[in-house]
Design a binder for this molecule. Sequence first.
Ligand code: HEM
Length: 591
Amino acid sequence: MAFIPYSTFAARPLLARRASSVRFTSTQPPQHPMPVVAVSKRSVKPPQQTPPPLSAMDSVSLMVENVLVLYGNRPARDATPVAQGDLDAVMGDKPFFLALHNAFLDTGPIYKLAFGPKVFIVIQDPVIARSVLRENSILYDKGILAEILEDVMGKGLIPADYNTWKIRRRAILPGFHSKWLQYMTIMFASSANNLCTKLNNLGGNEPVDMETEYSSLTLDIIGKAVFNFDFDSINSESPIIKAVYRCLKETEHRSMMAVPYWKIPGARKVVPRLRRFYGDMDLINDTLNVLIESAKRKATAADLSELESRDYENVADPSLLRFLVELRGEETTNKQLRDDLMTLLIAGHETTAAVLTWATAELAKHPEIMRKAREEIETVLGDRLPTYKDVAKLPYIRRIIAETLRLYPAPPVLIRRLLEDTTLPKGGSPEVTNLPRGSDIFINVYSLHRSPALWDDPEIYDPDRWLKPKSNPGVEGWAGYKPASGLEEGTPLYPNEVNADFAFLPFGGGSRKCVGDHFAVLESVVALAMVIRQFDFVMVDPSKDVEMTTGATIHTKNGLNMFMVPRHSASLTDGSIGEPVEIGVPSFSNP
Ligand code: HEM
């Protein structure tokens, strides 16, 4: 059976490009951006006490109960439907969350998914999701997800137990303050500019795999932001980049395994993929340790207010790592810092690459949306590089990012494990659900975002849906979606879980909500605007492999539904694309 990894959430199309006639010749010097986009600091409301984690005995007794209920005569605790039969029919080589989605359409907003003695509770209801993620978040830990990610992220924020998480979240969250984000936006533009230069230099009709290109872009960005390290993966492939990618692949592979083979004693010495994985981890850890030592040597202790008001344009190392080692009172071990860095690197990389890839794919499918997007970019930016201030003036591009995250959330499923017996609210389901301690829970964000009960024409890609309110009294306790003044300047950066009352969870919600949401939206808006104003993308028959005019055959990785070829029109290039102009970003130096 398959679990869902954090970083790989599938669902990404394969793209190709060719330079279009959009000019890109000069830029204005970067302005000092003002904080116009509403970037708010969220207060973390830690619960008072969390129940103890599950013991092996607890797991066994839960499995016994499941067997007795599913295959014996013991009555179930409630009437929540079991989706076993339906899932068997749909499970094949499709991504796991698509199987979950089919079961949702057949079964309803909450169901139980049985694999032998193991039962998962699958939730696609905003009221129940709100209860798990926000109102009663104290009752849950990351369960299976923590087990899969432990080797890579250690006690980083995503898999961390409650006590570690509470301390590290308090340290890391302030690092994403608005002055730093403003400065980072300049770096996003500079990095996206490198990608555009590379694509321009490729020339010809060769198809380009945009998923890979976006992935390199977001890796370069996250490396600079998190530890001031220039992977330069847009232009080169170093051993460290290869090691990072292979580790991501290993995490993905583990997520598909029913048996945690990496925990078998001695396995890491004899299984070739594990030997390579731990070798890669050694290389990454050595590199991170050098970066940590170097940051510690240069560090001067500072208070939060000093760090928040820094002149980042004149700081040699503006990274989060530097912030973390300089923040007074936040003494921490190298091991914890390594875990934090690795977590941020993985969490902030493929997720953003996926949204950029899907957004580009959807724009290629919808020429009218592409036209409106380019019109906005032309009006606001012309051919200069975007700044933080500009992002506030690009509400249509921001809606495109939001709409892409709705249809292609990455991760498509949030994972939790219940630590105490509880009762879930009804929401849109007929009954409340009684759950025993130890229940594994999937919040199926993919289906929540495509639920006909919550969205009009949910399968349609429509960035303007975010301008219209939506409600449904049939979902008991759901406040509906309320647009925040049309997402114009000065309003929230993106429609979020608060104004959709947990029907829209691209960055999760509650205390463990993504710390990088604003970072990711700013990055996506800047990169998408810069790429689509210069390049065209065309959709072709998604149902089969396609022979390119160049003779190349493109295969979609996940068989989901789309890929692209360059537009075959000579009029698309008029030779007017000039040299991109450098902007004032200090170079990111590797130690
Ligand atoms: C489009 C891009 C992104 C998406 C869709 C995304 C999505 C998410 C989601 C859904 C969660 C919640 C997971 C859960 O509740 O189990 C999360 C958590 C997290 N994300 Fe992101 N993320 C993105 C970008 C980033 C970036 C750029 C960073 C860092 C620079 C980041 C760092 C984190 C961290 C550290 C957590 C764990 C928070 C905690 O448990 O306190 N993410 N992300």
